[in-house]
Write a protein that binds this ligand. Structure first.
Ligand code: ZN
Length: 414
């Protein structure tokens, strides 16, 4: 097996790994780099036999639109639906690619490769690691994963019943110099949300990603316990609708604690795509909350929104009863170096605002170092290659059998 990391050996995001065996070549992820300083890989001329997309985060699938249209793209069904949802709400065409679905733990073949997708716990739903076999050699690509979300059991299963005889492990190292100590798991986040909203005198805002399903579930569960309503926008409601295809127990429009705040621009998207949305608009209407309701009894609501919600937050400012702003994403976005996240400067300023009670409640989508060590020990690979990390040079201090590759380097690893 020949391996080339096109991108991701020295940075978080932009993953793109080429693996070849005999006449077959596949790509693992086609990610858009997160850093604007990093040049995306040019995949537009790569004639590969297939692309495997581990999950629906842009730093793993964002170059999909540049692929040759005939390229077979293998991706989880829900992950694909969630990518579609985002594109429809952004007013972009859905990808018209040669898509193939796979199922968790069901092997499939592409030329000389046999691939088994392993469902993993991550902040994106429907995320996978891939076990890849060819020429009697075994490669495992972690994708992005962790043990401390609502699907942590998947990680523990990998540790308890590890795949044997792994030649090469591509292991993500996002958290090499970060820790997750403040909120070690999703339950801790849920508790912080509950503590914040249970006695609130004004509305609370939770700022997170609508694609972080674990976080929406945490918000929903906290609201249920505190007897509050969870207010979501149309896009988030549609995301939850997609999740029903894999988990009918996850919160959706039918739950009485969920209300929808119908923003005009999102409502336009419903009207413009009636076939895509089906009867969703009708059902949505029944769960609508109007601005007057929010203003009259703000203490009854938790609003799940994005960083760009600051204008809406400002409408509820009240010196006698501060608005709770629960910041539920990576704190690094507020350090002043991320103008691409619209609103991050305004949200950062809330930390000092007297009429805002700023609360941080977030757990990472990625495994901290001690979990990565447990996984690496269990899988016991002959070679462990750092990926999705800014600190590949430190891997050899904490893992055995580390082989560091550079972007673009062709290597016969297995
Ligand atoms: Zn990810």
């Amino acid at each position: 097996m020949k391996v080339t990391i096109h991108k991701g050996s020295r940075e978080i995001g932009g993953n793109c790994i080429q693996v070849s065996s005999g006449k077959t070549t596949i790509l693992l992820d086609v990610g858009l780099p997160l850093s604007t300083d990093s040049r995306p890989v040019d995949v537009s001329h790569m004639a590969v036999d297939a692309v495997l997309v581990s999950h629906g985060h842009r730093d793993h699938f964002g170059l999909m639109g540049s692929l040759l249209p005939c390229t077979p793209v293998y991706i989880g069904k829900l992950a694909r639906s969630l990518i579609d949802a985002t594109r429809v709400f952004l007013g972009e065409e859905r990808y018209a690619l040669n898509f193939h679905e796979f199922s968790a733990w069901k092997p499939f073949t592409i030329g000389e490769f046999t691939i088994t997708p392993y469902l993993v716990d991550h902040s994106a739903a429907d995320a996978y690691a891939f076990f890849i076999e060819a020429e009697g050699k075994h490669l495992f690509y972690s994708g992005d994963l962790r043990s401390h979300g609502r699907k942590g059991i998947l990680f523990e299963n990998l540790v308890k019943r590890p795949i044997r005889d792994i030649d090469v492990l591509f292991l993500e190292g996002t958290m090499m110099h970060r820790n997750n100590d403040l909120f070690p798991d999703e339950t801790a986040v849920e508790s912080a949300i509950f503590q914040t909203i249970q006695e609130q005198k004004n509305i609370s805002f939770l700022l997170s990603s609508s694609q972080n399903i674990d976080r929406i579930v945490s918000a929903y569960r906290a609201c249920k316990r505190a007897h509050k309503f969870l207010v979501i926008d149309i896009y988030t409601a549609w995301v939850l609708e997609q999740v029903q295809m894999v988990s009918s127990s996850s919160p959706c429009l039918d739950r009485k604690e969920i209300r929808v705040y119908a923003k005009g621009s999102q409502y336009e998207k419903l009207k413009a795509n009636p076939e895509y949305f089906g009867d969703f608009s009708k059902r949505l209407f029944r769960r609508r909350v109007i601005p007057g309701e929010l203003r009259e009894t703000p203490e009854a609501f938790l609003y799940f929104g994005k960083m760009s919600s600051f204008d809406f937050i400002d409408q509820f400012k009240n010196a006698a009863a501060p608005v709770n702003v629960i910041y539920s994403q990576w704190l690094g976005y507020l350090d002043g170096n991320h103008p691409e996240y619209f609103g991050s400067d305004r949200i950062a300023a809330y930390r000092m605002a007297p009429d805002i009670n700023f609360v941080y409640a977030h757990t990472s989508g990625h495994a901290p170092v001690d979990d990565l060590q447990r996984l690496a020990k269990a899988l016991n690979p002959r070679k462990l290659v750092p990926i999705h990390t800014e600190h590949g040079e430190d891997f050899s201090k904490i893992f055995a059998n580390v082989v560091t590759l550079n972007d673009g380097e062709v290597s016969a690893l297995a």
